[in-house]
Ligand binder design. Structure first.
Ligand SMILES: Cc1ncc(COP(=O)(O)O)c(C=O)c1O
Length: 436
């Protein structure tokens, strides 16, 4: 029996739903017992001649002083760790620190987080394991466009969508609607992203209840892997909007539903360029199923990026160890909350014959829809704003414009809204066919 067969059997014992939902690639995957495996077994031995990194013979790197000095603020031990290879699964201390952070809101067992190269890579690993040709991947639309590249372009999965909003309100049944035409019994992947990109929306307690009820219903029909893309976790600005991840509400709720948490330092700690993400399953950390998944993840990670970058993991370890960090993150959240309020105020006065702001309450973005009867294309409006108003937004075809208020000064947000309004009014007043 092959190593992968062994892992698949262990996974079936510990998580029948994840085993049933594995892709063909996911089934074949197992961390091979080659160099990193053997090097990990030799860690701490007096003579370790396993791995191709240049050291002083006692575990410290031989590196140019100029490189070392780039880590000037670090203790020697941390500088060494930043320069040497990271373990494939991530640096143990960082995994523990992130696990402690998750543990503060945990209501179910969870695996030790696997370090990934940003959240994109975590999602891509999920796609490798659970998406493949013709596998439906359900997403509320509009959604972060990279999901299409990650799941459909790279893995051949079929993206199916339901409307994120209906009649100007959040639609908690978007995933169920997206999967309505799918043959029962066949596995599916669903992606949830709150606070959302591009919507900047997090469901209320009642909307969460409906959303979870819909997913549990769906799991009566098929094995369902639910990916919680928690990129913007914590950026909540309204009282009464729950801040916790839906991961915890979905863990251990249905034998046919497996939540997977994708999160990381990118937005949660404003470490955008650090490329440190994490991938966590709702399974006991010491079980054989967790080990099987870790083996598969390490195999795929090694095949794509070798190992995750050590330097940014060490930087993140420093931030997570520092007691001042939570207060500093809160100060950033408060600045964003002020921008959120300024934008919400400015949009509350916007000309409703031109623009329809969709509900937003969290995260980094707000979404506005061009009124349908204007027959304007959002990309034309975006171009007009670039060319005549010195202003950049993101167009989401055919009618949406996304405002990233996280990167605009609070005082400038009313002017930003004014420019959008003026641009759209100008274009709507033009004879049709003159472009923009
Ligand atoms: C919803 C969502 N998920 C994932 C990511 C990717 O995060 P990272 O930059 O860590 O790859 C982003 C980044 O913009 C995002 O908006």
């Amino acid at each position: 029996m092959s190593l992968a067969d062994d892992l698949n059997r262990n996974l079936r014992d510990g998580s029948p739903v994840l085993a049933a939902a594995l892709s063909e690639l996911g089934r074949r995957t197992a961390f091979p017992p080659d160099i990193p495996h053997q090097a990990a077994e030799a860690r701490g031995k007096e003579l370790n001649a396993t791995i191709g990194q240049v050291t002083d013979g006692a575990g410290a790197p031989l590196a140019p002083a100029s490189l070392r000095s780039a880590f000037g603020g670090l203790e020697r031990k941390d500088t060494d760790r930043a320069i040497l290879y990271s373990p494939i699964e991530g640096i143990a201390e960082l995994r523990r620190l992130w696990s402690d952070r998750l543990g503060r809101s945990a209501s179910a067992p969870f695996t030790l987080p696997q370090v990934t190269v940003g959240l994109t890579h975590g999602l891509s690993l999920v796609a490798d394991l659970f998406a493949g040709p013709d596998r439906p991947v359900a997403i509320a639309a509009p959604f972060w466009g990279n999901y299409r590249q990650i799941f459909a372009l790279r893995r051949g999965a079929r993206v199916v969508t339901g409307p994120a909003y209906r009649d100007g309100r959040f639609n908690p049944r978007a995933i169920v609607e997206a999967l309505a035409g799918e043959e029962p019994g066949r596995p599916a992947v669903a992606i949830l992203n709150f606070p959302s990109n591009p919507g900047g929306y997090s469901p209320t307690a009642e909307e969460r209840r409906q959303l979870v009820a819909g997913l549990l219903e769906e799991a009566d029909r098929r094995p369902l892997v639910v990916v919680l893309d928690d990129a913007y976790a914590g950026l909540i600005y309204e009282e009464g909007v729950p801040a916790g991840s839906l991961f915890w509400e979905l863990a251990d709720r249905h034998p046919n539903l497996a939540p997977i948490k994708v999160d990381g330092a990118t937005k949660e700690l404003s470490f955008f360029g650090g490329r440190v993400g994490f991938l966590t399953f709702a399974l006991p950390p010491d079980g054989a199923a967790a080990a099987a998944l870790e083996s598969k993840l390490k195999c795929l990670l090694r095949a794509a990026v070798g190992s995750p970058p050590a330097a940014s993991q060490v930087a993140l370890i420093g931030a997570l160890r520092d007691r001042a960090t939570p207060g500093q993150i809160e100060a950033i959240r408060q600045r964003l909350a002020a921008r959120y309020r300024a934008l919400a105020d400015a949009l509350s006065d916007v000309d409703r014959y031109l623009l329809e702001p969709l509900p937003f309450n969290s995260g980094c973005f707000a979404l506005i829809a061009l009124k349908e009867n204007l027959e304007l294309d959002s990309n034309d409006v975006r171009r007009e704003l670039l060319e005549r108003y010195d202003t950049g937004l993101i167009a989401i075809a055919p009618r949406y414009l996304r405002i990233a208020f996280c990167s605009v000064r609070r005082a400038a947000l009313p002017e930003l809204v004014g420019r959008i309004e003026r641009a759209v009014r100008g274009m709507a007043g033009r004879p049709l066919g003159t472009g923009g």
